[in-house]
Design a binder for this molecule. Structure first.
Ligand code: ADP
Length: 361
């Protein structure tokens, strides 16, 4: 039977041990399904189950579970498993309900999202402690570096997709539903990423964009952590570009060519508007280091956005490397692969002496 075949494929993909789940309440309504809080009867652990409804019939008449393939999200999550800043997939199963079959992804449960933390601070009318801005941003960049190093573009980075662990303040990137593997020459989907975090090359219709679209979103999440509201809030795709231009100024013809090679070199946007100084954009709350990092990520030219490893090495994070605190260990427990991507000099800077002295890095 077709559904049996699909089930077997999934079980092979996630090395499943059969478990019984008790659903408790809805945690969130995503764009493609519902996320529930549940407990695992056999182990008494809590978990989050993302239940994805069939989106469309596939060519052979079977229901499709995710946007482009039945278990691409599972495959990507499985491939990224074991990194401290990527949500941990614990299993997957197929269930039947009144509106058809559903694919269920079982995750570790995390109590918060960055979006909620920002909202909470807004309600209190106070800024997020600059130390935690740094703590969260470091983990966001580290998770991004890992994902990109393994050849994936997330395509939907935003505060709602960043889960937080209440006690340790550990951050995990979630929702790989629109993530894709970097494939040369493959045309990419035209509309990805939530509008406020959508890179300008996507708005301009590029179908050859790369991991730099995530760096744009990461830069905007950083700005939002500082100013407590999204920086660019366009009403539609074009208005989004207008909002960006109000801050960055008009893109030059080189910027336009870098964002979409189909633009003729002579093309120029009119009228020409000058950009605002980042210090002003981030108001009085940002230190010069933070201003420098935001400006290095939120740039029109995708090739000139600072690569995540360079962001991690930036002096802005020296404060975290300097302090030998138990809470900081989760920042520097590098996987061998993460260190293999660095030069010797970068490794020396990335791993604090107190961490390597303990022989754990
Ligand atoms: P979709 O792909 O349908 O948008 P997401 O994976 O983004 O679904 O999940 C939707 C929401 O559910 C998230 O924004 C978050 O609030 C909540 N959520 C997702 N995964 C977890 C988890 N592991 N623990 C706690 N809440 C989660």
């Amino acid at each position: 039977m077709a559904s049996e075949g699909k089930k077997r494929k999934l079980e092979e993909a996630v090395e499943l041990t059969p478990r019984t789940y008790s659903f408790q309440r809805i945690l969130g309504q995503g764009s493609y399904g519902t996320v529930y809080l549940a407990s695992i009867i056999e182990t008494d652990e809590v978990c989050a189950i993302k239940s994805i409804k069939p989106v469309r019939k596939m060519d052979n008449g079977e229901p499709g579970y995710t946007r482009d393939g039945p278990d691409r999200e599972v495959q990507i999550l499985k491939d990224l498993r074991g990194h401290p800043n990527i949500v941990d997939l614990m299993g997957a199963f197929i269930s039947k309900s009144a509106d058809g079959q559903k694919l269920n992804l079982v995750f570790e449960f995390l109590s918060d999202t960055l979006h909620r933390v920002i909202k909470h601070h807004n309600q209190l009318g106070k800024g997020i402690d600059p130390y935690y801005v740094k703590f969260y941003f470091y983990q966001l960049v580290r998770g991004t570096a890992y994902m990109h190093g393994r050849g994936y573009i997330h395509c939907d980075m935003k505060p709602q997709n960043l889960l937080l662990e209440g006690k340790s303040h550990g951050l995990r990137i979630c929702d790989f539903g629109t993530a894709r593997r970097m494939a040369l020459r493959e045309k990419r989907a035209l509309y990805v990423c939530s509008r406020y975090f959508r890179a300008p090359e996507i708005i301009l219709g590029s179908t050859t964009y790369n991991t730099a679209i995530d760096l744009w979103s990461v830069g905007l999440i950083f700005a939002e952590l500082i100013i407590r509201q999204p920086l660019f809030t366009g009403r539609d795709g074009i208005d989004q570009l207008v909002e960006i231009i109000k801050v960055l100024g008009t893109p030059t013809s080189q910027d336009l060519k870098a964002m979409n090679p189909n633009y003729p070199s002579s093309f120029q946007f009119k009228p020409e508007v000058a950009g605002l100084p980042w210090k002003k954009v981030l108001k009085e709350w940002a230190t010069p280091d933070a201003v420098e990092l935001a400006a290095a990520l939120v740039r029109f030219n995708p090739n000139s956005r600072m690569p995540p490893l360079q962001v991690m090495l930036h002096p802005y994070f020296d404060e975290l490397r300097a302090a030998n605190k138990p809470a900081h260990r989760i920042l520097f427990n590098f996987l061998p692969e993460e260190l293999a991507w660095c030069t010797e000099r970068e490794r020396e800077k990335l791993v604090p002496h107190w961490m390597s002295a303990n022989g754990t890095a």
